[in-house]
Ligand binder design. Structure first.
Ligand code: URP
Ligand code: ZN
Ligand code: ZN
Length: 463
């Protein structure tokens, strides 16, 4: 064996027990008591620590041209940050420029990433304009390891807005090929009309960034989620809701799943921990994200939905903009570059939910690793601690405290939505395919060691 992780408490989505893990050629080869080493075996002492499958952040945007600028975490800094936080794989998006083929879009995105990434990565296709040619690419894409495709119900200005019939067609086509449509569900028409009503100097002066939240009430998500669920029922396709932010969405996904529809829901730490009071005050615009953060009650209901298996995945929607980029808003709430840093704090924030009794430890591993691996077609290569799985492992110290300070972090962001928050429980070591890539909050891996992961069918049933 190349290495043994000794004496840790193994925690998976299903089990918790003390054992050693033996690793060879990047894979877990054995799990058992008192594994013995030879002279060349590296022994990693995990006594008193939790040993879990590495987190999989299924929703990330690195170096994304968006909102008049480019997101600040690059393939280098974003994957270093993820590694430091205990994330061993992320899935980014290759969003089509209208007119470009999906094959070309994926090829270009891979060209940017390969050689830079510190952790493994996959790509979701992002469909800006549905055409017969794009339809014809879905089958080959799915056979070639890209099995999930995001379509947007907003972002007219970015050129990404899909029509309702095109999302219906997307659900029908992906269904034939073991694929899945991911939907950004917010109502463009409702947001347009609210923004028109409030986009005037007097209100911008009075409310500042708070107008962002005033023009995106829960109904803007509700209306879109409701429509998309109708399409899932009509087509029988698999529908994955990205970044759900409201209690109403949690309820609708719960009901849809009770009816037996193939509907899967994701939420993000910002909707669990932050609320729209953040938009008040001088730095309120920093928190601008899309959908925007809602009320504390929404956060509570989203936790409940994660716990009762109505929502199945937590991804971070990392889309980092630093203070200089956020300043592009210049007092106009419609011009905030939307997004925030995320992957590096994904695991400690999830563990905070365990400490607070919102979810149990197994559910944490399930929604942060095993479910993304299953739903995006990578299980049990990823998201599992089993003989034959990739040795993607986080060794987690549940007793260690940390206080968030962006200056100590790997992210390329000069602020943090959680600045000053003290949390108990941090990653002390991250291994990717058997190699140590982070220690004590710092990335020690190799640039380009990360690999592109071709995925199997998406949309597998997850609790
Ligand atoms: O504010 C966000 N979420 N920015 C990234 C783009 C998206 O919609 O996921
Ligand atoms: Zn989105
Ligand atoms: Zn996103």
């Amino acid at each position: 064996m190349d290495s043994i992780i000794k004496g840790g408490t193994i925690v998976t989505a299903y089990e918790k027990y003390v054992a050693d893990i033996g690793i060879k050629d990047g894979k877990i080869v054995t799990i058992g008591a008192n594994l013995t080493s030879n002279g060349n075996t590296e022994v990693i002492d995990a006594t008193g620590k939790l040993v879990m499958p590495g987190m999989i952040d299924g929703h990330v945007h690195l170096s994304l041209p968006f909102g008049g600028t480019v997101s600040a975490d690059t393939w280098i800094t974003g994957t270093r940050a993820a590694a430091a936080g205990g994330v061993t794989m992320l899935i980014d998006f290759a969003i089509q420029k209208p007119g470009d083929t999906l094959v070309e879009t994926i090829r270009k995105r891979r060209e940017e990433a390969d050689g830079d990434v510190y952790i493994d990565y996959g790509l979701h296709g992002g469909i800006a304009k549905w055409t017969d040619d794009i339809k014809a690419e879905i089958g080959p894409m799915c056979r070639d390891g890209v099995t999930s495709f995001k379509m947007f119900m907003i972002y007219r200005n970015e050129g990404w807005l899909s029509t309702d019939p095109s999302i219906i067609a997307g659900l029908e086509e992906t269904k034939k090929h073991g694929g899945m449509i991911q939907v950004h569900a917010e109502s463009m028409d409702l947001i347009d009309s609210l923004q028109t009503a409030h986009h005037n100097e007097a209100e911008m002066k009075e409310h500042g960034a708070y107008l962002h939240t005033m023009t995106r009430p829960n109904a803007t998500e509700f209306e879109a989620v409701q429509r998309a669920i109708t399409w899932a029922e009509y087509t029988g396709g698999t529908l994955y809701f990205v970044h759900l932010s409201t209690k109403e969405s949690a309820d609708m996904v719960r009901q849809a799943r009770k009816k037996g529809l193939n509907v899967i829901g994701e939420t993000c730490p910002q909707y669990l921990y932050l609320d729209d009071e953040k938009f008040r005050g001088e730095n309120g615009h920093l928190f601008g994200t899309c959908p925007q953060i809602k009320k504390p009650e929404d956060g509570e209901k989203l936790w409940e939905a994660l716990d009762d298996q109505s929502l199945s995945v937590v991804g971070t929607d990392t889309c980092t903009f630093n203070t200089e980029q956020k300043a592009l808003w210049k007092g106009d709430f419609t011009k905030i570059p939307f997004g925030m840093p995320g992957s590096e704090l994904m695991l400690p924030l999830l563990y905070e939910g365990v400490s607070e009794g919102k979810i149990n430890l197994h559910r944490m591993v399930e929604i942060g690793s095993t479910n993304p691996a299953k739903v995006f077609g990578m299980y049990p290569q990823k998201g599992a601690l089993l003989p034959g799985s990739d040795a993607d492992i986080v060794i987690f110290d549940p007793e260690k405290e940390m206080t968030v300070d962006y200056r100590d972090m790997e992210t390329n962001c000069d602020w943090s939505p959680y600045q000053g928050k003290t949390m108990k429980g941090v990653a002390s070591m991250t291994l990717l395919r058997g190699k140590i890539i982070a220690k004590d909050g710092k990335c020690v891996g190799g640039q380009g060691y990360g690999q592109f992961i071709k995925r199997g069918p998406s949309g597998n049933f997850v609790k």
